[in-house]
Design a protein around this ligand. Structure first.
Ligand code: TSB
Ligand code: ZN
Length: 583
């Protein structure tokens, strides 16, 4: 999707279009007062005080119509520069503009305003020459927005829109928006009954429905089996820990803002854990280790709880209560390069299995706000340069970003884009010299001396939550056979004549471990077929006389019109093969 803000010409047009919107609103609602109308990545918006009127989407067409009228009229857009005194006089009846002007000063700011016909707005500009150039626009939505973003202030009406240079460009953009809406995992998750949310449970705490739970079970099994084959050992540890545990790790000092508040129980203090590292450090410490045991890879599908702002939570993509595909790798300094390479390879293998192609590697470094990070410049310099050279040696194409590290060390993050344009981290692999220190971890080296291990934190699927969100968007809900909650739908042509045979196939498929359903409702075959399509079931099989007599099935794959008739054994073989190939 195009980023309007980054395109100079479109950015100016969209800004002018925000003025056009304001002018139209003023015509229709003469009492309207205007706060700010900036250009954003998606187009523009304007925050408007309509004196208590709440707009709905139904009001947008008439505003658009008025905008078209003004645009046809074709007035020029004229710039005027003013002194602060003159500006205060000119806008004296407008408390919002007075608020803006009073914070400017003559020496530093050129105060300017732009006039088109009967409408003048305070604005830095620049603008297009005439409103005539603003022809291809669309108002997209309206919402409430607190003045200055402060919930103690009045709610203003925020109208969003977008403007292009041609009809085609606008149409294309609207199509892209519609597609993004269709691909949004929240819509797919609802349509396919994968997850739900409920106010009574709380924001950012989705409930996984049976279909979602089946997908998740398969993902969990997939990744755990893979990890076991790669030498990981899995553990189960509690979702809470004492405050002291998190004081020891440093989370209490550096990560508390992202945590749920502490709870008291008798004379103990607990927190819901935001991360699993402290527990895993203790698991390592439970044994004496020799250099021969390393690397030790402790994995867990572990529940974590984080305070995410209520405006930031989003379906399964950003939750407050998540399940990480986590592991902590304990190794010696000279094993770091190899272990990192193994993790990167695992990430690549997994992405290949799922067919993910659009992702990028980000080296996430410490930022300028040093208090957010553990304070040890030497350790940071060492960790960052070590990680950078590991990535360079791997020949990985990566970019660097400041202020994205964990408080304990730099990270390699795998960034993906969601349907609605969020840039989020899916997998992560992190280098940590701090926690081994804080927990006083050691192993006995070749010389028989105690040595500190290094810890690599890594999450391949990231969280099951975010991974599933991304998977649903990438596949548009059409999951590969091995992950589909229902893999085969059996549709008898007639319930009277073919239901019994249907039941027979049902039980045969079930016995072969296939997730299958028999649709014996009294509905037309065509209707049932369409429903199986809408539910994105990979295979639907229709059975009638011919199938019953010959012990056959006629199957159709999701999205295809091709019908194939084969024996039930062949069909089972085909399914099993495909499940194994993860095709
Ligand atoms: C990898 N201690 C490390 C761990 O050992 C850790 O917690 N890293 S993390 O903070 O980056 O989180 C791991 C992954 O969880 C992220 O890469 C991201 O994919 C996922 N994640 C983080 N926050 C959320 C959230 N609010 N909702 C869903 N997934 C999240
Ligand atoms: Zn960790």
């Amino acid at each position: 999707m195009i980023n309007i803000k980054e395109n100079e010409r479109l950015s100016i047009m969209n800004h002018s279009c925000a003025h056009l919107l304001a002018q139209a609103v003023k015509h229709l609602y003469p009492e309207a007062k205007f706060w700010v109308g900036p250009v954003i990545e998606e187009g523009f918006y304007y925050d408007i005080d309509l004196g208590g009127i709440t707009l709905t989407e139904e009001d947008l067409p008439k505003i658009e119509k008025e905008m078209k009228k003004i645009s046809k009229d074709g007035k020029r857009i004229v710039r005027e520069e003013l002194s602060k005194k003159d500006a205060l006089e000119k806008f004296k009846d407008d408390p919002y503009k007075i608020d803006l002007i009073s914070r400017m000063n003559d020496e530093e700011n050129v105060i300017s305003c732009y006039t088109q016909g009967d409408f003048t707005d305070l604005c830095r500009g620049p603008h297009v020459e005439t409103v005539k150039l603003l022809k291809y626009f669309k108002l997209l939505k309206v919402s409430g927005a607190y003045w200055k973003g402060d919930s103690k202030n009045k709610v203003l009406q925020r109208i969003y829109g977008v403007c292009f240079e041609s009809e085609e460009a606008l149409e294309k953009h609207l199509e892209d928006l519609e597609e993004a809406k269709q691909r949004d995992h929240r819509k797919i998750g609802k349509d396919l009954k994968i997850f739900m949310t409920h106010d009574l449970v709380g924001k950012g705490m989705p409930l996984w429905l049976p279909n979602g739970a089946m997908i998740r079970y398969n993902l969990e099994k997939y990744i755990k089996d893979k990890e076991i084959s790669l030498g990981y050992q899995h553990v189960y540890t509690p979702s809470l820990g004492s405050v002291d545990l998190y004081k020891t790790s440093g989370h209490w000092d550096h990560y508390q803002d992202d945590m749920f508040p502490m709870m008291k129980l008798d004379d103990e203090e607990f927190v819901l854990r935001p991360m699993n590292c402290p527990h895993h450090m203790l698991v390592f410490k439970n044994d004496l280790h020799s250099y021969r045991d390393l690397p030790i890879r402790i994995g867990e599908l572990a529940h974590d709880f984080r305070y995410e702002a209520s405006g930031a939570v989003c379906g399964l993509e950003r939750v407050r209560c998540m399940c990480q595909n986590d592991a902590h790798i304990f190794c010696s300094l000279n094993q770091v390069g190899d272990e990192f390479a193994r993790v990167v390879q695992l990430i690549l293998d997994v992405y290949q299995d799922f067919g993910f192609q659009d992702y990028s590697f980000r080296l996430s470094l410490r930022g300028k706000e040093k208090e957010k990070y553990f304070d040890d410049d030497e350790m940071w310099n060492k960790a960052e340069s070590m990680l950078r050279s590991v990535l360079t040696d791997l020949g990985l194409d990566f970019y660097e970003a400041e202020d994205e590290a964990a408080f304990y060390g730099p990270k390699l993050d795998v960034q993906v884009k969601s349907a609605i344009g969020h840039d989020v981290t899916l997998s992560t692999c992190q280098l940590d010299f701090l926690l081994p220190e804080r927990f006083d971890l050691t192993f006995i080296n070749e010389k028989g001396e105690k040595e500190r291990p290094v810890v690599i934190h890594r999450a391949i699927l990231g969280t099951l939550d975010r991974f599933t969100a991304f998977l649903l968007e990438e596949t548009k809900g059409v999951l590969p056979l091995w992950l589909a909650p229902i893999q085969v739908e059996i549709i008898p042509v007639s319930n009277d004549h073919h239901k019994e045979y249907g039941k027979q196939i049902l039980s045969q498929l079930k016995q072969s471990g296939i997730r299958v359903e028999l649709d014996s409702r009294n509905e037309k075959v065509g209707y049932k077929m369409r429903e199986a399509q809408t539910r994105k079931i990979p295979y639907s099989i229709v059975i009638g006389d011919q199938e019953k007599e010959g012990n056959l099935v006629t199957y159709r794959e999701h999205g295809s019109d091709v019908k194939t008739t084969i024996s039930i054994q062949e069909f089972i073989h085909l399914l099993k093969q495909k499940i194994e190939d993860k095709g």
